[in-house]
Design a protein around this ligand. Structure first.
Ligand code: IPE
Ligand code: IPE
Ligand code: MG
Length: 250
């Protein structure tokens, strides 16, 4: 879609007024995109980086507070060694190439997941961009890397158990807020909208707690073809949803 088409969609989003605070995306379909071109899967991952750039810029234009991107799951460690190492190098390259632009645009980058499992150069790049952008306030960009929601929930339970065992927390005081405060997303709003690309109708162990009342939007478009216009279309679809949260609509 042309730039003028996405400008038109942005105008419609602004007219509607209700802007989601937090959008989360399961960026899926890189491998199939590459296969369609008879290319190796890593070619698709590289092409997907351009979509990340475009969607981050779109999120700033729309005025989101938080954009969460599922980039690499805990389960993805089980992929072939070559693919995993290519993904680690791409992460490093993405940070190296984008850190200054993200910083200039007021983006605060955070990486959520078991970052101690990353390769040392990827872990170093993550620490660098996190520190460099820590003061920014325009957009929070969460990169979920080496992340699994069940592991995140178990970790929160373990942290609570440790606090109880140490006498810092009364078991009777354990409530939803105490629990949510021990997730990687502590202090962030829950996603209003979850987008999954490539047409798959599953959550794949992403943000199981945080998605309780999130609106779901599945696009058939493969991630490397998912650009600003498709992102805006998802937000427009969200604006037409009736969110009831178990209540009766007014
Ligand atoms: C998403 O694309 C990127 C990662 C999961 C790292 P895939 O690599 O899953 O692409 P498909 O689903 O095989 O097409
Ligand atoms: C989910 O995609 C994880 C990411 C997008 C990082 P997968 O391709 O790994 O998910 P499944 O295997 O299709 O459920
Ligand atoms: Mg996939």
């Amino acid at each position: 879609m042309s730039d003028s088409a996405s400008a038109e969609l942005l105008g419609q989003i602004r007219l509607h007024g209700r802007i989601p605070r937090h959008v989360a995306i399961i960026m899926d379909g890189n491998g199939r995109w590459a296969r369609e071109r008879v290319m190796p899967r890593t070619y698709g991952h590289r092409a997907g980086m351009q979509s990340v750039r475009d969607v981050v810029e779109g999120a700033i234009e729309v005025g989101l507070e938080t954009l969460s991107l599922f980039a690499f799951s805990k389960e993805n460690w089980q992929r072939p060694k070559l693919e995993v190492s290519a993904l680690m190098s791409l992460l490093e390259e993405y940070i190296q190439r984008e850190a200054d632009a993200l910083d200039d645009n007021g983006v605060r980058v955070r990486v959520l997941g078991e970052i101690e499992r990353l390769t040392p150069p990827a872990a170093a790049a993550v620490s660098r961009v996190t520190a460099q952008t820590a003061h920014n306030t325009r957009l929070d960009l969460n990169l979920f890397i080496s992340y699994g929601a069940r592991a995140e929930l178990v970790r929160a339970a373990r942290l609570i158990a440790e606090d109880v065992a140490a006498g810092r927390l009364d078991p009777g005081a354990v409530d939803e807020a105490e629990f949510a405060g021990r997730l990687y997303t502590a202090g962030m709003p829950d996603p209003d909208l979850l987008i999954r690309t490539s047409g798959e109708l599953r959550i794949s162990n992403f943000m199981l707690w945080q998605l309780a009342y999130t609106e779901l939007y599945v696009s058939p478009v493969l991630w490397p073809d998912f650009r600003r216009a498709q992102f805006y279309e998802a937000i427009l679809a969200f604006q037409n949803r009736d969110r009831r949260f178990g209540k009766v609509s007014v």
